[in-house]
Design a protein around this ligand. Sequence first.
Ligand code: ATP
Ligand code: MG
Length: 203
Amino acid sequence: MTDKASPSSEEKHTIRMQKLKEKVDARVDAATEERGILIVITGNGKGKSTSGFGTVTRAVGHGLKAGVAQFIKGTWDSGERNLLEKNGVVFHVMNTGFTWNTQDKTQDIEAATKVWAETKKMLADETIDLVLLDELTYMLSYKYLDLDEVIEAIVNRPVNQHVIVTGRACHRSLLELADTVSEVQPTKHAFNAGIKAQKGIDW
Ligand code: ATP
Ligand code: MG
């Protein structure tokens, strides 16, 4: 027998959802500021670059202008580059491949510095709405780029420009500066079960 006086679980759910909606609406009303944000996607799990490129795709789909700088990778076919370049996204890519392939630190620093010079131009360009700095974190941990210079360029970017930084072990100065930080956890990865990197999934 049901007790008419106490609300059913469906009614309880409706009340809970109504309360939640009120809270969310209040927070949405309170968020009135509009400006470019700095997003950091870090951690050891898979999904950092795909998240960055997903956001670039989202922005381009709204007619926004995006630019990409890719640090470290570049010697192999990249699905996102193949698609996004056709849609007006400018890419600046280090063409050295992984450092443990080249084993040439001087060459890597030179390549990083070249991409960084292009990155600084993007971070000063008011017509670019979103800049993705894919794998930038390694340039700071290897000290291939100067941390202060990177921070300065990000801080002084156009006020409405969004920036996304991806890569493992992000420097704490960038984490502190960021408006949004997500850490991807490696709960499981197919590679550890012997599955090869797959086209369209891993690159
Ligand atoms: P993705 O580009 O797939 O979003 P990511 O940017 O999070 O990956 P990176 O550290 O840049 O990760 O590594 C790039 C490559 O290494 C990708 O092919 C990805 O699938 C693979 N990878 C990422 N995380 C792991 C992991 N925890 N174990 C093994 N391989 C991984
Ligand atoms: Mg990545």
